[in-house]
Write a protein that binds this ligand. Structure first.
Ligand code: 13P
Length: 342
């Protein structure tokens, strides 16, 4: 895999105002979401649900790539076609989550570190064989009393950079995801400060580990107030703060910033992305895109509820949310788009 191919894949992931569908929930996370909707937490239902996602009619109109999970990249439709092939035939690039989730960081109460570097080179080689062209690693940063600590930020940034470097060696585009969580009562300003500090350290480590910025995608949080913060800022405040923070710290060479949704409502995630693109699309060097899991999947998962009779209605919802976010990339999303299909 040449560097040029790596760069082409990274640009293809954010091309044409499309975005990424994150469908890489680990089995425990998937089960947590199923449990809330009384969906049986079994391998069969996980497979059925993922088939519903990858076979959504028209998904490729708004989605450029899908992030799979170790179980999912090996699964097939009921008719025996590998999910990877279904995606490839639709022109959707398959990707893979390669971190092994978070654990407590020793010596730093309340803070997390992501695992998965051991044996990663070998796992990446297998994922390439299975058809993946990009990968994802998520670091989790918690805002709290006295956190995040510099020790936690540095350790996570270093791991993200080591992971990214291994991906590029294997010919995979790394999605670098340092997620500053929305949990808590902190203000938008505090989220700004923590995200800025996080991204500074991440890009310093990416440089130190010789990661090619043109061949990666950044997957960050938006700059938002904590979910319990009494002052919930306007959509425009969030868009302004997010772009202003990233202008300070995200190098021009990075092809795209693909936001996670992080527990915002589907509509709010679309509104905020739309506002960023309305005001700044032509004024920033990187694509302002999306890599949503919950903000695309949640309404459709609720409609499905584990019942095969609801597959078509759930797929309609998945298609709708993906389309809304493509419109948001163009600054053409509006509340009427929601009522039109309600
Ligand atoms: P959410 O959009 O639900 O935050 O998920 C994105 C993701 O991939 C988290 O790692």
């Amino acid at each position: 895999m040449s560097l040029q191919q790596l760069i082409e894949t990274a640009y293809a992931m954010v091309a044409d105002d499309k975005g990424l569908l994150a469908m890489d929930e680990s089995t425990p996370t998937c089960h947590k979401r199923f449990a809330k909707l009384n969906i049986p937490q079994t391998e069969e239902f996980r497979r059925d649900y993922r088939e519903l996602l990858v076979t959504t009619p028209g998904l490729n109109e708004a989605i450029s790539g899908a992030i799979l999970y170790d179980e999912t990249i090996r699964q097939q439709t009921k008719d025996g076609k590998p999910f990877v092939q279904v995606l490839q035939e639709a022109g959707i690039i398959p990707g893979i989550k390669v971190d092994k989730s978070t654990t407590s960081l020793a010596g730093f109460p309340g803070e997390k570190i992501t695992e998965g570097l051991d044996g990663l080179r070998e796992r990446l080689a297998e994922y390439v064989q299975l058809g993946a062209r990009f990968a994802k690693w998520r670091a989790v940063i918690t805002i709290g009393e006295g956190t995040p600590s510099t020790g936690c930020l540095e350790a996570n940034a270093h791991l993200l950079a080591r992971y990214a470097s291994l991906c590029q060696e294997a010919g995979l585009v790394p999605i670098v995801e340092p997620e500053v969580l929305m949990d808590g009562a902190h203000t938008l300003q505090r989220c700004f400060e923590v995200t800025e500090q996080t991204l500074r350290l991440v890009f310093a480590q990416l440089a130190a580990q010789r990661v090619l910025l043109e061949g990666m995608i950044l997957k960050p949080n938006m700059i938002v107030p904590g979910l319990q913060c009494p002052n919930q800022n306007s959509v425009e405040d969030v868009a302004d703060a997010t772009v202003s923070c990233f202008r300070r710290v995200v190098p021009v060479a990075v092809p795209g910033v693909a936001f996670l949704s992080g527990g915002q409502s589907s509509e709010l995630a679309s509104e905020r992305l739309n506002m960023m693109n309305t005001k700044y699309k032509t004024k920033v060097p990187w694509a302002l895109s999306f890599s949503f899991a919950r903000a695309i999947q949640q309404p459709g998962m609720e409609i499905w509820g584990g019942d095969s009779a609801n597959v078509a209605a759930a797929q309609k919802s998945m298609y709708h949310r993906a389309s809304c976010n493509r419109s948001a990339r163009r600054g053409e999303y509006s509340a009427e788009m929601e009522s039109a299909t309600a």
